[in-house]
Design a protein around this ligand. Structure first.
Ligand code: URP
Ligand code: ZN
Ligand code: ZN
Length: 472
């Protein structure tokens, strides 16, 4: 594998910020210093650019059957799009189908990455939907040994993938023994179901009713319930896609008490508010994802929670359904609109522009939220999520002055719309490498399907040792 020397970039990690050179050999970082005397097969001039650890997206849904259809990005198209946005690892939700065993569910997801190979590295969470017909507690306990060290439970989507509290609690008990991290989509699915049925009976069919039938209180209630149950079970808890003050508050209290509770939000909740659901000509359906966009005032709470470490990660929840042919399944009935929105490519650029440039978070915090914390929380650190000798050379050379207009016309996902259509940002990836292989350069894909590989993750709180190189 050719060696690479990245010269004179501003190296930014979660804690450091300095100008230096990075030498990459055999896919790992072997030397970091200033004015290195090293030779390499290729020298990349990074003067004026940031050198960041590759972003990690721990929340994606690629080729996932859901809502009567299937998300429109597979592991090749989804990871190509991710790579263009500076993401070098993602963790996707392997979703157990009704009656399916847990080993079968994992086999299904492994088949997907063989059939449509990724260009970036990929891990899986296991989304457990049933422990009575296909899933067993024994199989569940064995899953972390296969490098899948997080279980996901949906407390909503009644009648499809929602689990009851007994299942949730049993999984938490297993997690407390196996070292897996429990992730929850926290929303009171029973209450939502009642509200949805009532709205439809009253003749409310438009997309805005998606938000009106899932108010912030049902998110707050379920978040608190999950936190308390995890505490009883002695399991660590990660609350996905937090959207509102009602959920931030119980997470803040738990963290202040020293409980192992973590929370993420997603890019879209920082920028898109409930009013988008009222866009005419059914366009509101583009913003039907769950939890729904909230009234604008919640956005400042989210930014503050990110700045104060109440929330630790920004993911994308990339769950792409085309507007034409997929979202339109729900014309005339908001509850039939497939729930999910795209965004796998836009996260770093949006957060850099509106977070860092506009003074809401520091550059170090940007790296922490999008790379280092996901790596630490999901058992990838220090192999990933940092720029250190021995770590994988997952690196982004980021031009802080490059101007980009986000659009479905230019993004690399297959999805036919962009949540941030027309947004102009300053700052974008210039070069992206995965384990020392350049996969994107100046907006062009130069990598290939198969450049990415499946990554076995360490249990919660454990390190993922580096495999080769000077520190190995
Ligand atoms: O609307 C969403 N987010 N769909 C994907 C499933 C989930 O809840 O994460
Ligand atoms: Zn969810
Ligand atoms: Zn999701």
């Amino acid at each position: 594998m050719p060696s690479l020397l990245i010269r004179g970039g501003r190296i930014v990690t979660a804690t450091d910020d300095y100008v230096g050179d990075v030498l990459v050999e055999d896919g790992v970082i072997t030397t970091i210093g200033t004015r290195l005397q090293a030779t390499a097969d290729r020298v990349i001039d990074a003067a004026g650019a940031y050198v960041l650890p590759g972003a990690i997206d721990p929340h994606t849904h690629l080729e996932m059957p859901f809502g009567g259809t299937v998300t429109c990005d597979d592991f090749t198209s989804g990871t190509v799009s991710a790579a263009h946005g500076g993401t070098t690892t993602l963790i996707d939700f392997c979703l157990q189908q009704p009656g399916q065993t847990l080993p079968d569910a994992l086999a299904t997801w492994h088949e997907k990455i063989e059939r449509t190979p990724p260009v970036i590295d990929v891990g899986f969470h296991l989304a457990v939907t049933d422990l009575t017909q296909g899933g067993t507690l024994e199989d569940l306990a064995a899953v972390p040994r296969r490098g899948v060290t997080s279980y996901k439970l949906f407390m909503a989507y009644k009648g499809s993938i929602m689990v009851d509290d007994e299942t949730l609690f049993r999984v938490m008990e297993v997690a407390s023994r196996t070292g897996a991290l429990v992730m929850v989509h926290a929303e009171n699915g029973d209450a939502v179901d009642v509200l949805v049925k009532k709205a439809l009976q009253e003749g409310h069919t438009e997309p805005i009713w998606h938000a009106r039938t899932r108010p912030p209180e049902v998110e707050g209630e379920a978040t608190n319930r999950a936190i308390q149950l995890a505490r009883v079970a002695g399991a660590p808890l990660y609350v996905v896609h937090v959207t509102c003050k009602d959920a931030i508050d119980p997470i803040a209290r738990a963290r202040a008490a020293g409980w192992k509770v973590l929370g993420e939000t997603c890019t879209q909740y920082l920028f898109i508010d409930e009013s988008y659901l009222e866009r005419p000509d059914f366009e509101g359906a583009k913003y039907v994802y769950t939890r729904p966009p909230r009234p604008r005032e919640h956005q400042e709470h989210l930014w503050r929670a990110l700045a104060t470490d109440v929330l630790s990660v920004v993911s994308t929840d990339h769950c792409p359904f085309n507007f034409e042919g997929q979202k339109t399944l729900g014309r005339g009935d908001f509850s039939r609109i497939p729930n999910g929105g795209p965004g796998i490519e836009d996260r770093l650029m949006m957060l850099h522009h509106f977070g860092v440039r506009e003074g809401r978070i520091s550059l170090n915090r940007l790296v922490e939220l999008t790379s280092t914390n996901p790596a630490r929380i999901f058992g990838l650190y220090p192999r990933k999520g940092c720029i250190a000798v021995g770590s994988d050379a997952d690196l982004v050379v980021f031009d802080p002055e490059r101007r980009v207009t986000l659009s479905a016309r230019s993004h690399h996902s297959r999805v036919d719309y962009n949540l941030f259509e027309g947004t102009e940002v300053v700052g974008a990836p210039e070069l992206v490498m995965v384990r020392g292989k350049v996969v994107v350069e100046r907006g062009q894909l130069v990598g290939a399907p198969g450049d990415g590989q499946f990554i076995r993750r360490a249990p919660f709180g454990a390190a993922l040792p580096v495999t080769r190189g000077a520190a190995a």
